[in-house]
Design a protein around this ligand. Structure first.
Ligand SMILES: [Zn+2]
Length: 85
């Protein structure tokens, strides 16, 4: 699955953050990423989540501090499993 009709792109000011292993909800690969962004609470300045960029498919996945993953891990008949065209 490609973003932007196959146009080569990158994430601006992509940071190296705390590394994380997860199963990507877009490409279904078990990945290890240390590239992403911290999400900061504007009031308290505390971190309230993070976004990781999948090294396999380059799509972003959001994690809350409680560990909720959005999108979640793919299931057997995932709706994200759309034709690649
Ligand atoms: Zn992926």
């Amino acid at each position: 699955m490609e973003l932007f009709d196959g146009i080569k792109y990158h994430w601006e000011r992509l940071d190296t953050i705390v590394s994380k292993s997860y199963k990507c909800g877009f490409c279904s690969n078990e990945v290890f990423s240390e590239k992403g962004y911290f999400i900061i609470n504007s009031t308290t300045k505390n971190r309230c989540g993070s976004v990781y960029i999948c090294p396999s498919c380059n799509w972003p996945t959001l994690f809350t501090l409680k560990g909720t993953q959005i999108p979640g891990e793919p299931t057997g008949d995932s709706v994200l499993n759309v034709p690649d065209d």
